[in-house]
Design a protein around this ligand. Structure first.
Ligand code: SF4
Ligand code: SF4
Length: 243
């Protein structure tokens, strides 16, 4: 497949599944057969992923991208041998870095969970095509990645504002909104990919979805206390659905 199709999540999944290194081979830059320049996207993704690996204490040399054409069989063999030797020297993933197995698992899980968010926040850089290849060295910085994790945005539904109109649940791409008719809606933080769609979708007159940057998310209202009581309508057993 095109190197541009290699998603950040594929690399994180490979590492989570115990691979000690990941190699991506792509067509030479500026020799894309299509108009997509997928190899530039792959390069951006790899540079970002290397910074993410550094952030969680993994040696970024475990990930390599190289440009190769179909006529470069000998070079391909050399590149693969070199990479194999590099990974061998680094040792098993985590062990080589002195990270405990369970700790490594939880760090990779944290990154995996944030992949959709990271891709969204870094969308522009991920799709950039810099003219000067040297500029790629500074495309992503360690400070920027540390900040990204420190200031990660979460979304929370204010129970005092939610009118159970269900709009957010219908629009959520991850099925992360717990939606029951006439009940305060709740975001399942484990499923939420932090896309912000609910924030945009909640009608301004309710403004129930709030953004939380870097801080803890308040606990959800307990299940038995989510029913919305609407004044004046309750007596008649009639609850109006707002859309
Ligand atoms: S931020 Fe996105 S994924 Fe999370 S609850 Fe809102 S719509 Fe769903
Ligand atoms: S869109 Fe807003 S008011 Fe409607 S259910 Fe979601 S959070 Fe509640």
């Amino acid at each position: 497949m095109c190197s541009g199709r290699v998603d950040l999540s594929f690399v994180i999944r490979a590492l989570s599944n115990g691979m000690d290194g990941v190699f991506i081979g792509g067509c030479h830059l500026n020799e894309c057969h299509y108009i997509t320049d997928g190899n530039y996207h792959a390069l951006n993704m790899v540079l970002l992923c290397k910074k993410l690996m550094e952030h969680i204490g993994l040696n970024p040399e475990r990930l390599k991208i190289e440009w190769l054409s179909a006529g470069e069989g000998i070079r391909f063999a050399e590149v693969m041998n070199d990479f194999g030797n590099t990974v061998k020297k680094l040792g098993p993933l985590g062990k080589g870095e002195g990270i405990d197995k369970n700790e490594l698992k939880s760090r990779l899980e944290e990154v995996a969970k944030l992949v959709p968010y990271i891709k969204l926040v870094k969308k522009e850089k991920l799709s950039s095509r810099l003219e000067n290849i040297e500029e790629y060295d500074g495309l992503f910085t360690s400070d920027e990645i540390d900040r990204l994790f420190r200031e990660v945005i979460s979304y929370y539904i204010d129970p005092g504002q939610c009118q159970a109109c269900m709009t957010c649940a219908k629009r959520c791409p991850a099925g992360a909104v717990v939606s029951v008719k006439n009940q305060i809606h709740v975001i399942d933080q484990e499923k939420c990919i932090k896309c912000g769609t609910c924030f945009e979708a909640c009608p301004p007159r309710f403004g129930a979805v709030t953004k939380i940057s870097g801080g803890p998310v308040p606990p959800p209202v307990p299940e038995g206390e989510r029913t919305i009581v609407r004044e004046g309508k309750e007596k008649m057993g009639e609850i109006t659905e707002v859309s």
